[in-house]
Design a protein around this ligand. Structure first.
Ligand code: HDE
Length: 722
C-alpha cells in the first residue's frame, strides 16, 4: 500500500526545468521595489499574466510563488496529519470553496459568443447613436442567449422564453439591448415581476419542477392575471422550443426612443431576424433532446462558430411617431402588446455576425452584466412601466451576483471607449486610477475652471413633458388583455395551432388543481372559442363559462409575420443530417450524399452501430462521430440510413437503430433510405406506412431529390401525433 503513494521526491514532475518560464530578475542595477524603479523594468507592469494551466512546467500559487508539488499535501510523517503550514494547499482549497457566485435569479442558464454588428443603413435621420451613424460602421458585440426559468444546470430545451441579450461596445459607451425571442411579455408593470418569477420557478415547499411552467403555481398566477394570456399563447407555441439559438428571432420588446442630433424623438421597437430563418423542434422531440443532450443549444452554437459557420441576424427597427402611437388600438407603452409588421414595416439597418466563441465560460458568459439602463446618446427610454422597473433592477442584480461595484471593469463588461469619472476604490478595484483630485470641479487639470458645463455631447434625456397626479394606477389604455392573443392565434397555420392546443393541454394537464385549469380555459374563451373548446376537450373537462374581459375584444387583421411556418426559409443551411451507416453500405452513395448535403450548407454527422465506425462496400472504414445508442434521431434535423446489402448488418436487431427510425418518423422528419433497409423498417412496424417524405438515397438522381427535399418543411401531413 505504502509503496503506491507518491511521496515527495518521487513526484513525476520532479526534475522538470522548474524555472524555465520564469523571467530572469532584472539587472538594471536598481533595487527591486525601490521608488525609482520603473514598473516596466520589473516585469509585466502589474498586469496579471495568467498562463493556461498546462503551459508551464511549474505551477505557482495565486501570488506567483512556485509550488513544489501540487499532488501531495504537506503532512507530518508518511501517514501523519496534514499541516496548517501547507499554505499552497490552503490557498487552493480556499479558492475552490469560493468558486461559485450566485446564479442569475432569472435567465440563469445561458450561453454566449462574441461578434460584430455592421450598420447597413444610416439612421442618422432619426438617431444620433453612433452605432447607426453610417453604413459600413462596425461595432463589437457580445451576445448571451438563455432560458428563463431553469437553474444554471438545467437543460436547454425547456419550454420557455429565450433571452437574447446583446452588448454593443459602441464608441459612446455600452448599449445593452436586453431582449427575448418573444416580442411581448407576461406582465405590464415591473412590480409584478417577482410574483411572476416566483410562480414559474420551482414550488418553494417542494423544490420542483424546475425549468418548466407545467405546474400549478405558474398557471394559477397567469390565470389570475389576464394580461398574461397573450404571452402564454407565444410560450405555448413553437417559439418556446427553438431548434437553435441561430434560428430564432429576438426582440427588444419595449418601445424605446430614438433621438436625433436636432433633439427630435421618435419611438422605436427593435427586431433581430435570423438569416438562417426560424426553426423549432416538436415537443416530443424536445423532451427527448433534454435527455440525449441537455447542452443541445450551447453545443450547436459552439460547433457552428468553431466550424466557421457564423450565425447572423439582421437588426430591424420599427420607427413611428406620436401620431401613430395615438392612433394605434393599443398603448405602445404596454409590453404585452406588439406592433404588427404589417402596420409599421421593419426597416433593416444592420447585420450582426457571431464569429468568436468565448475563451472562458465563467469569465465571459457568467460574468457578463447586461443592464437595460446602458444606452448611448441617441437611444432613450419610453415610459413603459416594465422598462422603467427593469432600469432599477439590473444594477442591483449585478452587485449581488458579481459582488463588487467595479464589475464594469471585467473585460467582458468594460467599455471599449475610454472612461472618465471620479468613482473611486471599492472591492476589487483593478484600475490604478490616475490623478490627485477625485472630485468635480477641480483645478488640478491645469485649467482654473468651475464645474464643467452641461454639454450637448452627453446622453441628453429626451425632455418629454410629464403631467398627472401621483397614483398607483394601471392606465385605462392597458385594459385590453385578449385582442392581440386572438390575433396571434388566428395568424398561425393549422399545424401551429395544433401545437398550441397540445401545449396548453400538456401544461394544464400537469396542474393538480382543477379550478386552475378551469380558470385558464375560461380566459382562453376570450381569445377564441375553438381554442378553448379544443383545450377543454384535450383535458377531458366541460367547457367552463367564459371569464369577463376588462375591455371588449377587438377584432384585428391577421398578421402572417407572426407565424414561423408561413415564413419558413427553403433551405437546409446550418442544419444537420444524422447519417446512420451500416456495415457494407455503398461507399459511393455515402460520399455522394455527404457532398450534396454539405453543398446545400448542411452538416453531416456519421452514426454507426459502434463508434469505431462502419466498414463500407469498398472495404474502407468510415469513422463515426457517434454510436447510435448515444445519437438518437432527435439530435438531427433529418436522417438517412444507408444499410449494407444484408438487411442492414444487424441494424434491425439494434433497439437504438429502431428508435432512430421510429422517432424520425414520429417527428415528421424527412427520411432517406439506402441499401437493404427492409428488415429495419419491418422491425419498427413502419412497413407499408412510409410516405412521400421517406425517400430512396442511392443513385445520383435519388440523392439530388432527397437533398432538395431537405430544404422543405417537415412532413406535417404524416398521420402521427408528436
Ligand atoms: Fe429581465 N432580468 N427583468 N427581462 N432579463 C434579468 O438581470 C427584470 C424582462 C432579460 O443574459 C436579471 O443580470 C425585471 C423582460 C434577459 O445576462 C434581472 C423585469 C425582458 C436577461 C432582471 C424583467 C427581459 C434578464 C437577472 C420586469 C425581455 C438575461 C440577472 C420588469 C425584454 C441577461 C440579470 C443575461 C435578466 C430583471 C423583465 C430580458 C433580475 C425586474 C421584459 C435576456 O435584473
Amino acid at each position: 500500500m505504502l509503496a503506491e503513494r507518491s511521496l515527495p521526491g518521487t513526484h513525476p514532475r520532479e526534475g522538470a526545468p522548474r524555472m524555465a518560464t520564469k523571467k530572469k530578475a532584472t539587472t538594471t542595477g536598481k533595487a527591486r521595489g525601490t521608488a525609482s524603479a520603473a514598473p516596466e523594468e520589473l516585469g509585466n507592469g502589474g498586469e496579471l499574466h495568467q498562463l493556461a494551466g498546462g503551459d508551464s512546467p511549474v505551477m505557482t500559487t495565486a501570488h506567483g510563488a512556485p509550488v513544489q508539488d501540487d499532488n501531495n499535501s504537506l503532512r507530518a510523517g508518511d501517514r501523519g496529519p496534514t499541516l496548517m503550514a501547507d499554505h499552497a494547499f490552503r490557498e487552493k482549497i480556499f479558492h475552490f470553496d469560493h468558486e461559485r457566485i450566485p446564479e442569475r435569479v432569472v435567465h440563469a442558464r445561458g450561453y454566449g459568443a462574441h461578434g460584430v454588428f455592421e450598420c447597413t443603413e444610416s439612421l442618422a435621420d432619426v438617431t444620433r447613436a453612433s452605432v447607426f451613424a453610417e453604413a459600413g460602421k462596425q461595432t463589437e458585440t457580445f451576445v448571451r442567449f438563455s432560458t428563463v426559468a431553469g437553474n444554471l444546470g438545467s437543460f436547454d430545451l425547456a419550454r420557455d422564453v429565450r433571452g437574447f441579450a446583446t452588448k454593443f461596445y459602441t464608441d459612446e459607451g455600452n448599449w445593452d439591448l436586453v431582449g427575448n425571442n418573444i416580442p411581448v411579455f407576461f406582465i405590464q408593470d415591473a412590480v409584478k415581476f417577482p410574483d411572476l418569477v416566483h410562480s414559474v420557478k420551482e414550488e418553494p415547499d417542494r423544490g420542483f419542477p424546475q425549468a418548466g411552467s407545467a405546474h400549478d403555481t405558474f398557471w394559477d398566477f397567469v390565470s389570475l392575471m389576464p394580461e398574461a394570456t397573450h404571452m402564454t399563447l407565444w410560450t405555448m407555441s413553437d417559439r418556446a422550443i427553438p431548434r437553435s439559438f441561430r434560428m430564432m428571432e429576438g426582440f427588444g420588446v419595449h418601445t424605446f426612443r430614438f433621438v436625433n442630433d436636432a433633439g427630435e424623438s421618435s419611438f422605436v421597437k427593435f427586431h433581430w431576424k435570423p438569416v438562417l430563418g426560424m426553426q423549432s423542434v416538436v415537443w416530443n422531440e424536445a423532451v427527448k433532446i433534454n435527455g440525449a443532450d441537455p447542452d443541445f443549444h450551447r453545443r450547436d452554437l459552439f460547433d457552428a462558430i468553431t466550424a466557421g459557420d457564423f450565425p447572423q441576424w439582421e437588426l430591424g427597427v420599427q420607427v413611428f411617431d406620436d401620431a401613430f402611437a395615438d392612433e394605434f388600438d393599443f398603448d405602445v407603452l404596454d409590453a404585452t402588446k406588439l406592433i404588427p409588421e404589417e402596420l409599421v414595416p421593419i426597416r433593416t439597418v444592420g447585420t450582426m455576425t457571431l464569429n468568436r466563441v468565448v475563451d472562458n465560460v465563467f469569465a465571459e458568459i457568467e460574468q457578463v452584466a447586461f443592464m437595460t439602463q446602458n444606452v448611448p446618446p441617441g437611444i432613450d427610454f419610453s415610459n413603459d412601466p416594465l422598462l422603467q422597473g427593469r432600469n432599477f433592477s439590473y444594477l442591483d442584480t449585478q452587485l449581488k451576483r458579481l459582488g463588487s461595484t467595479n464589475f464594469s471593469q471585467l473585460p467582458v463588461n468594460a467599455p471599449r471607449c475610454p472612461v472618465a469619472h471620479f468613482q473611486r476604490d471599492g472591492h476589487m478595484q483593478t484600475s490604478t486610477q490616475p490623478g490627485r483630485a477625485a472630485y468635480e470641479p477641480n483645478s488640478f487639470t491645469g485649467d482654473d475652471r468651475g464645474p464643467r458645463e452641461a454639454g450637448s455631447d452627453g446622453h441628453v434625456p429626451f425632455p418629454a413633458p410629464v403631467e398627472g397626479e401621483t397614483r398607483r394606477i394601471r392606465a385605462e389604455s392597458f385594459r385590453d388583455h385578449y385582442s392581440q392573443g386572438r390575433q396571434f392565434w388566428l395568424s398561425q397555420t393549422p399545424v401551429e395551432q395544433d401545437h398550441i392546443v397540445a401545449a396548453y393541454v400538456f401544461e394544464l394537464g400537469k396542474c393538480e388543481v382543477p379550478a386552475i385549469r378551469e380558470r385558464m380555459v375560461a380566459n382562453l374563451r376570450n381569445v377564441d372559442e375553438s381554442l378553448a373548446g379544443r383545450v377543454a376537450d384535450g383535458l377531458g373537462m366541460p367547457l367552463p363559462a367564459a371569464s369577463t374581459p376588462a375591455a371588449p375584444v377587438v377584432e384585428t387583421e391577421v398578421s402572417p409575420a407572426l407565424s414561423i411556418l408561413a415564413n419558413a426559409k427553403e433551405t437546409f443551411e446550418g442544419r444537420k443530417l444524422g447519417l446512420l451507416v451500416g456495415d457494407g453500405a455503398n461507399a459511393a452513395a455515402v460520399k455522394r450524399l455527404t457532398k450534396a448535403v454539405e453543398k446545400a450548407g448542411g452538416v453531416v454527422e456519421v452514426i454507426a452501430a459502434k463508434v469505431g465506425g462502419a466498414t463500407l462496400s469498398d472495404g474502407a472504414t468510415l469513422e463515426a462521430k457517434q454510436a447510435v445508442a448515444g445519437a438518437p434521431s432527435v439530435l438531427y434535423d433529418a436522417v438517412a440510413i444507408l444499410a449494407g446489402p444484408d438487411g442492414g448488418s444487424g441494424l434491425a436487431d439494434e433497439p437504438a437503430a429502431r428508435d432512430f427510425l421510429t422517432d424520425a418518423f414520429t417527428h415528421y422528419k424527412v427520411i432517406g433510405l439506402g441499401g437493404e433497409t427492409d428488415a429495419l423498417v419491418a422491425a419498427t412496424g413502419l412497413d407499408g406506412k412510409l410516405d412521400d417524405a421517406c425517400l430512396p438515397v442511392g443513385t445520383a438522381a435519388e440523392t439530388t431529390a432527397y437533398v432538395d427535399r431537405l430544404a422543405g418543411p417537415r412532413h406535417w401531413d404524416r398521420s402521427v401525433t408528436a
